[in-house]
Design a protein around this ligand. Structure first.
Ligand code: NAD
Length: 478
């Protein structure tokens, strides 16, 4: 059993009361790591350390250029250790090594990009309507940031928060998901090696109801940046409202992937399959509602089933595996429950439909339901697993209506060769990201976030740093 330790104030340590919990390998269904079970005392120590670093430590004295240089150095260390970090994540969450490897090879770019922005934050001189005053603005960091992450892409999603927060000059306490804590603790060692002053970056591990809620409620935390389920997001937003804290939320989705009859159908089939089955469907942007135009519906379903049924399940560490296990036992049970619900609602099963036997892991067959109506629960609620719902539409108007008839608004795909239609659809769909003739592309340069119940605020892109800054207006009587 591997043993990990928390990272608080620049030092690795056990939980204050010595408690631990186990982290599971979803491919084998067995515990592989022992993680400190932090509590309110650990959170308080970490937030105090972050607050000291923010207000009076070496970090507070660094020039923005020096902060940027540290972030770029961290990026280099992540690049050096990407393979090792990826192997830890695969062990913890069962995603394919190919996907995790690609994610973590890309992660350094966040630290290079936001490191490069650290010394480009500028205030303005305000052209006043009054004589005798000089008025300018300063852009200042918010303070201690609580970053709370889910289990599906632990380090990538942490990086989306940490890089802009530190570039802005904030300090961070990260609370990773209790299902996938190990890689964040490994990342902490790289912060130490890069030479970040103590307290700038801290990791407290444990459960949402213990560590997560203590962190969110801590009076010295000025901003909460959260990625996870909408249920937790609502609780966090309510707490932030009570305590007047800044908050950004990256929540769930029920993203429509819309195929028109003028699309390149081979590309669209590939996009539909990877849109839902990549990462075993456990991505917030999963294209979980496939909207097919009536004229191509039947032929498309045949092609789709033919392709999806060839997906090889197995050990996520093996390069030829295409679908890995579901990450957690509760998630496995939830996915199977939704398959039963869809059956009960009268959706027509055309592929899969149950557990898959593959070693001792938590495997679910890639599952496709046709004849889904958009008012069924399987079309409205986030399953977060390898389950696709196919919904038929007649024309553009119909497609827009169905696509937008959801509480969520994270991503959407449009497959068409008609340029005018591509523009019209991208304008009319209520989602933070619209992909045309592609699906699931993300970049550190391009804003990412949700419309409607999918969240508040944007990560990635130049504007992400704004989420960690506040503006001070300074008046000089001349
Ligand atoms: P979750 O909400 O159960 O947990 C997320 C994190 O919140 C974990 O670290 C958890 O310990 C913590 N937490 C739980 N209760 C808390 C509380 N009361 N106070 C503070 N923290 C608490 O989500 P999950 O199951 O880990 O992740 C899956 C969800 O995340 C899905 O809904 C998915 O769509 C969403 N997600 C969204 C994005 C995005 O960018 N929009 C990306 C990935 C995942």
């Amino acid at each position: 059993m591997h043993r990990f330790r928390q990272f608080i104030g620049g030092e690795f340590c056990d939980a204050a009361d010595g408690r631990t919990f186990e982290s599971f390998d979803p491919f084998r269904g067995t515990a592989w790591a022992e993680i400190p079970r932090g509590g309110a005392a650990d959170v308080d120590r970490a937030v105090q350390a972050a607050h000291r670093a923010f207000t009076s430590g070496e970090w507070a004295q660094l020039t923005p250029s020096a902060r940027g240089a540290l972030l770029r150095k961290l990026g280099d260390l992540i690049a050096r250790d990407a393979a090792k970090l990826a192997a830890i994540e695969v062990r913890d969450n069962g995603k394919l090594l190919a996907e995790m490897g690609a994610q973590l090879n890309y992660l350094p770019q966040w630290f290079y990009y936001f490191g490069g922005l650290a010394d480009k934050v500028e205030g303005t001189v305000v052209p006043l309507d009054k004589k005798g005053f000089f008025n300018f603005t300063r852009r200042e960091p918010l303070g201690v940031v609580a970053a709370i992450t889910p289990w599906n892409s632990p380090l990538l999603l942490a990086g989306w928060k940490i890089a802009p927060a530190l570039a802005a000059g904030c300090t961070v306490v990260l609370k990773p998901s209790e299902f996938t804590s190990a890689s964040s603790l490994e990342l902490a060692a790289l912060f130490q090696e890069a030479g970040f002053p103590p307290g700038v970056f801290n990791v407290v591990t444990g459960f949402g109801a213990e560590v997560g809620s203590a962190l969110v409620e801590h009076p010295l935390v000025r901003k909460i940046t959260f990625t996870g389920s909408d249920v937790t997001g609502r609780a966090i937003a309510a707490s932030a409202a009570r305590n007047i804290k800044h908050v950004s939320l990256e929540l769930g989705g029920k993203s429509p992937n819309i195929v028109f009859d003028d699309a390149n159908l081979d590309d669209a089939v590939n996009g539909a399959v990877s849109g839902i089955f990549a990462a075993t469907g456990q991505t917030c942007i999963a294209g979980s509602r496939l909207l097919l135009q009536s004229s191509i519906h039947d032929a498309f379903v045949d092609k789709l089933v033919a392709l999806a049924s060839t997906a090889r399940m197995g050990d996520p560490m093996q390069p030829d595996t295409q679908v890995g296990p579901v990450t957690t036992r509760p998630q496995y049970d939830k996915v199977l429950r939704y398959i039963d619900i869809a059956r009960g609602e009268g959706a027509r099963l055309v592929l899969g439909g149950g557990p898959a036997t593959c070693g001792d892991g938590w495997f679910v067959q890639p599952t496709i339901f046709a004849d889904v109506r958009n008012d069924m629960r399987i079309a409205r609620e986030e399953v977060f697993g390898p389950v696709l719902s196919i919904i038929r539409f007649e024309d553009e108007e119909d497609a827009v209506r169905i696509a937008n008839d959801t509480a969520y608004g994270l991503g959407a795909g449009v497959w068409t060769r008609d340029l005018g239609r591509a523009f019209r659809m991208s304008e009319r769909i209520q989602a933070g990201t619209v992909w045309v003739n592609t699906y699931r592309a993300v970049s550190y340069m391009s804003p990412f976030g949700g419309y409607k119940d999918s969240g508040l605020g944007r990560e990635n892109g130049i504007s992400a740093i704004e989420g960690y800054l506040q503006t001070k207006s300074v008046w000089i009587n001349t």
